[in-house]
Design a binder for this molecule. Structure first.
Ligand code: BGC
Length: 496
């Protein structure tokens, strides 16, 4: 993802929040409702001091080690075999929207190279591969006639994985909405939820014979906020109310897809992929801003899925909240919507990149070293804090980490990435620590298998454990790929 240079205030980075000066009435209203409808609150201000034990920390025998990508970021061939345009094609066609004027062509050319990439994963020993399906390859205009060539392509990808003993994990929506649906209102329009359910059902029917982990929506928060509020991702809107509508409609679409999955009788498991951000108040005596950032960053997505309610402090003109019209957000919700959204899932997929500090005004504060992605503040212990918080605050559900990783510091190709080895080691340790303390963590996917198209950053940020020369499409495993392979083989993480 990316920073948000277009943010309409003096604040902050991509995951930061606009601090609105609230009126006295708003402040009073806020004081009256600060206790949210959720039992959760911000994480503790400082990490619990912890050092890894001298012996390797083991993982459960059936722990799922995987790598992840998404369609627009790796496939290329955006006009082949009947694929219709998506909002990312449109957005990237305006050169100034993406660094270097880059687009999703050629990306990592995985549309043609999936067999070789499956071999690569097989060599590394990974047990699962998470990729996404491009909606507009299946339904070029978002609904209606199915494009058989699209289904055939993904059937071949699934078969290539299964033949190598690699479990497919498929994301249904990783931000590349068919342009025709955007033209009809996109996630601002409730109709899009019904189109998503149809699309999902098409895939459950086509691949229901295979054991697959289905992820309905990838990071509804990023798509809603960065795409509809900050204007930095497709569709490039800068409207908090549009972002709030995109939140509710994506959540509803998720629940409808879960119902379609159950009705289809397809094999496998299903859940939603939420990026979560541990929030640490920088002043332990003034935690209001952090509570509201926690509400808008985390509970706005966790609570409806796991508790069947929206937190009341996530949206409104309060420091740290999504500054949309809360009444309009409520008006979007029809009777029964929250029952749909909270339809029981088989797993909760979480994506973890780092933490943030927050001041009492709801402004994000840098409290840890950042990576080349300036929004990413790295604190491995934050993963432990997040996992134990999920255990403590929500009903039990198996948790799968479907993204975790960092970019290289420079845009140049490198295979020497000691920082990423260190990142992976320390995060695997925190995962093992949480498992040891009863967190039902069932697997860990590294983002990403390959260097790829990093959204508004184009090809300037390399997140792969395997380097890609985009001119030749040569794959070159980095040191971190070797390290990951060793961890998988041992099914344990060593102290150093
Ligand atoms: C997204 C990926 C992205 C990664 C790094 C995640 O939030 O799902 O598509 O490449 O972050 O920014």
């Amino acid at each position: 993802m990316t920073d948000s240079p277009a943010r309409p205030s003096a604040t902050i980075a991509r995951r930061g929040f606009l601090a609105l000066g609230g009126s006295a009435a708003a402040a009073a209203a806020l004081a009256a409702c600060t206790a949210s409808s959720s039992p959760t609150g911000p994480a503790t201000p400082t990490p619990t001091p912890w050092a890894p034990p001298a012996e390797p920390m083991p993982f459960p025998a059936d722990y799922l080690w995987g790598t992840a990508t998404s369609a627009y970021q790796v496939e290329g061939e955006t006009a082949l075999d009947g694929r219709g345009p998506s909002i990312w094609d449109t957005f990237a066609a305006t050169r100034s929207n993406v660094k270097g004027g880059a687009t999703g062509d050629p990306a990592a050319d995985q549309y043609h190279r999936y067999e070789a990439d499956a071999d690569l994963m097989s060599d590394l020993g990974v047990g699962a591969y998470r990729f996404s399906i491009s909606w507009s390859r299946i339904l070029p205009t978002g609904s209606g006639a199915v494009n058989q060539a699209g289904l055939d392509h993904y059937r071949a990808v699934v078969d290539a994985l299964v033949a190598r003993g690699i479990r497919p994990a498929i994301t249904l929506f990783h931000w590349d909405l068919p342009q025709a649906l955007q033209d009809a209102g996109g996630w601002g329009d409730r109709e899009t939820t019904a189109r998503f359910a149809e699309y999902a059902r098409t895939l459950f029917d086509a691949f229901g014979d295979v054991e697959i982990d289905w992820l309905t929506i990838n990071e509804p928060k990023t798509h809603a906020f960065v795409g509809h509020w900050y204007g930095v991702h497709a569709p490039g809107l800068t409207d908090p109310d549009a972002a709030a509508a995109a939140v509710h409609h994506q959540m509803l679409a998720h629940g409808l897809a879960v119902r379609e999955f159950r009705a289809s009788g397809a094999k496998g498991r299903i859940g939603i992929a939420l990026n979560l951000l541990p929030v640490y108040p920088i002043d332990p005596d003034a935690t209001g801003g952090a509570e509201r950032v926690d509400a808008s960053e985390n509970r706005l997505f966790l609570d409806p899925v796991l508790l069947g309610s929206y937190p009341i402090d996530a949206i409104g003109p309060y420091p740290g909240s999504l500054p949309a019209d809360a009444t309009a957000f409520e008006a979007l919700q029809q009777p029964g919507d929250l029952d749909v959204i909270s339809e029981p899932c088989d797993l909760l997929a979480i994506q973890y990149y780092g933490v943030t500090g927050v001041d009492d005004g709801g402004n994000t504060v840098t409290i840890e070293p950042t990576s080349a992605a300036s929004w990413q503040q790295i604190r491995a212990e934050g993963l432990y804090d997040l996992l134990t918080r999920l255990r403590d605050d929500y009903p039990p559900i198996p948790i799968l980490i479907t993204e975790n990783g960092m970019p290289d510091p420079l845009p140049a190709v490198t295979v020497d990435d000691p920082y990423r080895v260190d990142f992976l080691r320390t995060h695997f340790q925190q995962a093992a620590r949480a498992i040891d303390e009863g967190v039902p963590l069932i697997g860990h996917f590294v983002w990403s298998l390959l260097d790829n198209f990093e959204w508004a950053e184009g090809y300037s940020q390399r997140w792969g454990i395997v380097a890609v020369d985009f001119a030749t499409q040569e794959r070159m495993p980095k040191a971190s790929a070797g390290y990951f392979s060793d961890v998988i083989a041992a099914n344990a993480v060593s102290p150093d």
